[in-house]
Design a protein around this ligand. Sequence first.
Ligand SMILES: Cc1ncc(COP(=O)(O)O)c(C=O)c1O
Length: 397
Amino acid sequence: MTTPAPRWKAPAPFNAPVSLRANVASFMALDVMVRARRREQEGHDIVHLEIGEPASPPPRAVREAAIAALDGRPIGYTEALGRPSLRVRIARHYRDAYGVEVAPERVAVTTGSSGGFVLAFLALFDAGARVAVAAPGYPAYRNILEALGIETVTIEAPEDTRFVVTAAMVEAAHAEKKLDGLLLMSPANPTGAMMSGDALRDICATCERLGIAFISDEVYHGLTYGEPAQTALQYSSQAVVANSFSKYFCMTGWRIGWLVLPDHLVRPVERLHQSLAISAPYLSQLGAEAVFEAQAELDAALARYASNRAILLNELPGMGLDRFHPADGAFYLYVDISRFSGDSLDFCGKMLNEIGVAATPGLDFDRTRGHHAVRFSFAGSERDVVEASRRMKSWLR
Ligand SMILES: Cc1ncc(COP(=O)(O)O)c(C=O)c1O
């Protein structure tokens, strides 16, 4: 007689754990986008001012480069630091745009600047390090740093410096308790404010003097409405620069960006990228190399943002929304709504539900003062900006 094989028995109920490090805040702009798209699927006419995403398609040269590669050849991994020809092309961009010489060996091609931040933070900081960021500021910085066990120190930039962090503020924060790093962007999200060359030089010099690693987020370079932006590479060989093909180059979904690193950080970043992503996507790297030759289309996109910006600068004050900095760059206006509400979450929720205008609560960018502000993105179509203004005008009456 054979004994039947023991039957598999389900183990006692078990829920896989959730780590504490996963407990980061949500990125509200993306949550609003999901809600707005859901309402659209339900048949509502929604105008999108919530996301910093160019409405333009990627330039033709990008599409052609990707299509040409779809001829049956493998779409493979590349070197972890990126295709050598793309690294050379990015280095040349620094000479063309800023007159700065950058060795191609210092360039690392990443999966958007978002992927670049993870690499830079891991290469620069150990768990427990203290890194300062500005409020209002880009929310993902804090979330990535916290997930990596790095303490974020918030420098609350005052409205009277256009919410720009100065070298004196960095020095004061460092004097209170030692900082290991500083992460700033210019032009900034959500305010569009840009640092002058002198201010950026002072930040670089202060960081070098105090031994603070400086990461300069330059993803909105190219998108300026007056003076061009300056790169931290003009003032420091030790700054880490993060940049992206998402914004000026209209390639958000291609998930490609780059870092420029001090020499001694190149190999650590290469080793990290080998294991974290292997490489940035091959097709996106081909597209990125081609996009530098698409000046006319990129200029046309910039002209559209400039015209959208002009429409909002003209329309918002008449609605009682007259407290904001007019944005030197990027494609956002960060607008004080305190005349209408002290709860930006509720304000944006109602605005979406009642008039179909999607915008991002200031709370996403500033956890203490963002109750009184809303960020409007003017990266989208002119139709959306005009229609949003029309709807808001009667809603806010
Ligand atoms: C200031 C800033 N940095 C970085 C990013 C990330 O962009 P990406 O990962 O597409 O390069 C964004 C996106 O909105 C941003 O606003």
